[in-house]
Design a protein around this ligand. Sequence first.
Ligand code: NAD
Ligand code: GLY
Length: 350
Amino acid sequence: MRAVTVNAPSGQYEVKIGSGLLPSLGAEIRACTEAKRCAVIAGENVFPLYGGIAMTSLRAVGLEARSLVFPAGEQTKCLGRYGELLSFLAENRFTRSDCVIALGGGVTGDLAGFAAATYQRGLGFVQVPTTLLAAVDSSVGGKTAIDLPEGKNQVGAFYQPALVLCDTDTLSTLPKRELTAGYAEVIKYAVLGDRALFETLQNREHDVPQVIEKCVKHKAAIVAEDERDTGLRRLLNLGHTFGHAVESRSGYTLLHGEAVSVGMAMICRAACAKGLLSQSDFEAVVTLLRAYGLPTETDYTADELYDTLLLDKKFSGGKLHLIVPREIGRCDILPVTPDELRFWLEAGLE
Ligand code: NAD
Ligand code: GLY
């Protein structure tokens, strides 16, 4: 088993990563919380696979366990489902000393985490990620959110879990497209700050728990410095500025990771065109993304993507922070005006 400590200013916790960890969920929760009762929140694909193991493990150590299962998919991260979850907690008389467990991918983690952050002003929360994306990104760092009809992640809270328990065996049932999309976020960490990880990923036979651990260590270091996303944490948006525009334009038919892959290729292409990234590093990133079966091109025009970007709420003080790769393993945060962004976008498409 591998363990990474996250020293977030609002709370310290362990991310435990390894094969066969799910049956120890109950004992782990006993060790790090005061909870007597747990609410296991899961999606309809995940609960039949892993819900039984989770519930048995909790009951085996004397914890009372209830479950609530939601439809799979981004549309579950909405006000209606959030309300359902709060009512479930209230009807079952959960209190602040109890614990919400998110068993699933980023959708479950974001929704359950936001409910845990807000029900009675916060109760215990544990993340059990079952997608690669959730393992390396969404389960760590305390961002929780639901979507509004007006936009993604528009309502949320920073709320750190008490524990992240990542049983890497659960990834074996993940649809291939979802696993591939998760690799976009893994490659993001490599481009952001770890050339050795980049080289590891060039070998498709790598050790997955070790790769997850490396990504989590990167994220933990960033979250320790900038929990509330006002500086360094912006680096985690590498590939996301253009990626979000592509994702939104696609009507969410592209998975988040697929769009991030396109966005990463675009920002690397633009940085290369501006002489900030070498041609060889640009080509290496695109080659690696493609080797994992990830897309690196889009048919959307600069006009279409720019219109979408201008609707993005991430402009603050008239500037948006673009994450610009300088070499594999090093990126800069560059504040740009909407006009400058337009030039970057065009350079990314050429
Ligand atoms: P997801 O939660 O929708 O899961 C993907 C699909 O895989 C779903 O259909 C799910 O039912 C299924 N699934 C999950 N685990 C499985 C398993 N082990 N076996 C079989 N099927 C399984 O998608 P995701 O990519 O994990 O998360 C995307 C969400 O995460 C988005 O809402 C995004 O906004 C959010 N996110 C949050 C953060 C954060 O910091 N909080 C970071 C990145 C992304
Ligand atoms: N996924 C971006 C962040 O956690 O800040």
